[in-house]
Design a protein around this ligand. Sequence first.
Ligand SMILES: Cc1ncc(COP(=O)(O)O)c(C=O)c1O
Length: 377
Amino acid sequence: MINFWSYKREYKKIKNKILIRIDKTISKGNVFFGDELNNFEKKFLKKYKSKFGVAVGSGTDALLISLSALNIKRGDQIITAANTAIPTISAIINSGAVPKLVDIRDDYLIDPSKIEKQINKKTRAIIPVHLYGQSCDMDKIIKIAKKYNLKIIEDCAQAQGAMYKNKFVGTFGDFACFSFYPTKILGTYGDGGFIITKRFNDYKKIKRLRFYGIETTDKKNKFFNKYYANDNGFNSRLDEIQSTILNIKLSYTDNFIKKRINLAKIYIKNLKDTNLKLPSVNNFSKHVYHLFTVRHRQKNKIVKLLKKNGVGTRVIYPYPINIMKAYKKFGTKENNLKKTFSASKEIFSLPLYPELKISEVNSICKTLKKILKLIDQ
Ligand SMILES: Cc1ncc(COP(=O)(O)O)c(C=O)c1O
């Protein structure tokens, strides 16, 4: 069986390093806000050419804290893509705002030409979701945000290291949110997230919000590091154990991305003459292939036969947000989200992770081609 995803091979390779260093970390007697977290925050910001940022407990928290930093009022509206992960939407709703869903383009990313229609007096921000490892069309989104004085929160959960016109995703928005969920480009063995921001005051605020609203930046503040809440905050700490793992794995990230791109190239080379729709990569993009998502009218049959032949796949995402029970009331009519709906019925993702072998990708392609031939008969 070729699993859709697994971290076991990777862990086997770096296990000793990780266990030795975790032991050191715990032995220091500091579980939170220690050297590992500080180092990780510094290295992550340097790597992604950003000035300010904090690590938090998850990607979902990163979105919620960023929205809270914008002082969202109940009933404010936030624009985002209809084809996104549930947490993009739950963060918006948990901040008190209402999500306004926008359809996607053929690249599965938010369609900037459909954003303006959703803007009204209550709109406060746009959350472009850089899905599957590819950047949204940022120039167009930034232009709209400027025109209507809206904030931008980039959802980079699936696209760490991806680029738009040679600039890293995460460097465009007022805030940018990352996830270190294990499947991600940089994943820990647990939960974690990161917020990048451009302004010092926003940095101070998100740093308070992740720790009950307590001031931990401004040493001149008389309540510095005291049990005194400046803001109504959260508990969203990245602990020293997760920070240790991330510090080790951050140094491998570029190599992980190279491997992903290389495996994607092999998929493309093998499958380009089939009737599968392969990922469409924009010329402004450096795609980092968090997922290798393909499309076919007979998705269900193909997925079933792949499973029968020992190949794991996943559909990301099978249900557009506004058909789920929890979010029906935030729905836009189905025909406004036509592309999201038709994609959800036809897309599926093939295995792609750094430790997947080239021979395995070749074997998946061989099996897939046989299945396609059978189906087309
Ligand atoms: C697009 C997107 N946004 C947000 C998140 C939330 O991240 P986390 O699972 O770390 O809370 C995820 C991860 O599942 C995601 O894929």
